[in-house]
Write a protein that binds this ligand. Structure first.
Ligand SMILES: CCCC/C=C\CC(=O)SCCNC(=O)CCNC(=O)[C@H](O)C(C)(C)COP(=O)(O)OP(=O)(O)OC[C@H]1O[C@@H](n2cnc3c(N)ncnc32)[C@H](O)[C@@H]1OP(=O)(O)O
Length: 281
């Protein structure tokens, strides 16, 4: 039976949170009316693998929140073990070429929208965040992770060359030599290691506490002029955004060429089979 305590807590939550009108299917957007902070929850079971549709919905959600002048954006996951498993490897293995083009273009759009978002952004990393999962988290300004998680850009372990925006994200949060070594080794870090090198800002014992810490970070800007804040952020990130624009077409074509290569396809097939086999044994 529900206690009166939990019922009143639910009613209180219901009165301050609203779902955004155009909330999409694979991302849920909730705005806290008291704080003005919007939470985007990645919701593509089982592991939030980033396919065309999830990337599309995520892009729409970020833009909608930005246009609605929320006070900040928090990114999290509906899965309690995985924040995001990164790009859906099924979209790269024996791909439909038009869809692979769309996948990469949408990944670029999402990076641009999140890295260049005018609002304060934070990630409540409530599960593993390899590859594209880490990319999303490091596009934000602040990160809180849960214990016993793994996070990192392991693209190179799949034979993929990390795109330029992976470099920008790591250089934005890590010292240069740490960033370079992590990328060329395709390192995946534990929660403790991630905190120690500064890949994440804090550790929380639960998703709720991680969300709370993210809200507190966003609240630190309550007295700051929002336009001055966003222009300062864009001054820091502007050179990366410009370089990205000048290389985005080349990077798209390199990605398509890369995954078209027979050796690459063989490697991706072996990697995918390895992931599946783990569950059969
Ligand atoms: C050219 C440069 C590109 C740069 C940008 C991005 C690149 C990428 O993002 S590539 C994707 C790289 N991702 C990974 O290497 C992650 C691989 N997955 C894992 O490490 C684990 O699955 C994870 C820690 C995320 C979760 O572990 P578990 O909770 O134990 O789940 P399972 O491993 O059992 O996975 C469940 C189910 O999902 C399949 N799976 C896992 N990851 C992916 C993926 N990225 N794409 C597609 N499918 C994935 C896995 O095989 C299981 O399938 P079934 O066995 O059929 O249930």
């Amino acid at each position: 039976m529900m206690s009166s305590m939990s019922l009143s807590r639910m009613l209180r939550a219901a009165s301050v949170c609203r779902t955004m009108s155009t909330a999409t299917k694979l991302t849920a957007v909730e705005v806290n009316d008291k704080t003005g902070i919007a939470t985007v929850t990645l919701s593509r079971p089982p592991i939030n693998a980033l396919n065309v549709e999830l990337l599309h919905d995520l892009y729409q959600s970020i833009k909608e929140i930005e246009n609605n002048k929320s006070r900040g954006l928090i990114l999290t996951s509906s899965n309690d073990k995985v924040f995001s498993a990164g790009l859906d490897i099924n979209e790269m293995y024996r791909p439909d070429k038009d869809r692979a083009r769309l996948l990469w273009t949408k990944l670029q759009d999402v990076w641009l929208a999140l890295y260049g978002c005018a609002l304060p952004t934070a990630a409540a990393i409530n599960g593993h965040a390899p590859a594209g999962g880490c990319l999303l988290a490091t596009s934000c300004e602040y990160r809180v992770i849960l214990p016993q998680c793994r996070i990192g850009l392991n693209e190179i372990q799949l034979g993929l060359v990390p795109p330029i925006f992976c470099m920008f994200n790591f250089l934005n949060v890590l010292p240069r030599r740490v960033a370079e070594r992590a990328l060329v080794q395709g390192r995946i870090f534990t929660t403790e290691q991630a905190l120690q090198i500064g890949l994440v800002d804090d550790v929380a014992s639960s998703k709720e506490k991680a969300l709370e810490k993210c809200s507190q970070f966003i609240a630190t800007f309550a007295q700051t002029n929002p336009l001055a804040r966003s222009l300062t952020k864009l001054k820091f990130r502007g050179a990366d955004l410009q370089r990205f624009e000048s290389e985005r077409t080349n990077e798209l074509e390199s990605f398509l060429e890369f995954i078209d290569h027979p050796q690459m396809q063989e490697d991706l097939g072996i990697y995918l089979e390895g992931l599946k086999k783990k569950n059969r044994n």
